[in-house]
Design a protein around this ligand. Structure first.
Ligand SMILES: [Ca+2]
Ligand SMILES: [Ca+2]
Ligand SMILES: [Ca+2]
Ligand SMILES: [Ca+2]
Length: 196
């Protein structure tokens, strides 16, 4: 277990990161297009904060969307890039601390998120591994900086956190499960089991 930055994995924002990536793509598609280039290889830019710089850029090749770039913090540098294949997203990379290095990656299947990795302490190595069901987070496994030992597992139902399994005595084996209600409050704790 790393001190400092890695503790932020307990914050809901990190679950939201992975979940929000696909939403960014979908929500931007609802805006009216403003074409900056035309033809089968074209671009469409969207300036949401009206500062004269595009914040979302669609890049088309052969008449189909090939990439979508998003500037989350309106500094003129794109932070999320979604790569498309045959009109569907297949991979996404995001820089959420705006240092120019990606810290979240999602692979898509049939247009929906299937597997995600998140570098929660921004050192370049993923710490959180997220699996999805029907595009919604199903389970997040914490392996800080890709270490082999699992330190914590989050389980979701319909994208809502329902259980957290973790290693309270730090012996490398998960031993305690917290169960949550729909409001994120712990409703039951079971300890003593050894899961791995
Ligand atoms: Ca702008
Ligand atoms: Ca930016
Ligand atoms: Ca980064
Ligand atoms: Ca890391």
């Amino acid at each position: 277990m790393l001190a400092g930055g890695f503790t932020i994995i307990r914050q809901p924002i990190l679950f939201a990161i992975c979940f929000s990536l696909a939403f960014v793509v979908v929500s931007c598609q609802k805006k009216p297009p403003r074409k900056t280039l035309t033809g089968p290889d074209s671009t469409e830019g969207y300036d949401f904060n009206n500062d004269g710089t595009d914040d979302v850029l669609y890049i088309y090749k052969g008449g189909q969307v090939n990439r979508v770039k998003t500037d989350l913090n309106f500094d003129g540098v794109f932070d999320i890039t979604t790569y498309y294949s045959i009109g569907q997203p297949e991979h996404q990379e995001g820089d959420y601390n705006f240092d120019g290095q990606a810290d979240a990656w999602i692979d898509f299947k049939n247009g929906h998120p299937e597997f995600g990795r998140v570098d929660t302490d921004f050192n370049g190595k993923p710490d959180l591994f997220v699996t999805y069901a029907n595009g919604i987070p199903r389970e997040s496994i914490c392996r800080p900086n890709e270490q082999s030992a699992i330190t914590r597992i989050y389980r979701f139902y319909d994208g809502i956190l329902i259980a957290e399994i973790w290693d309270t005595d730090k012996d490398g084996r998960l031993d305690t499960t917290n169960y949550f209600d729909a409001f994120g409050e712990v409703v039951d704790t079971v300890s003593g089991q050894k899961k791995n």
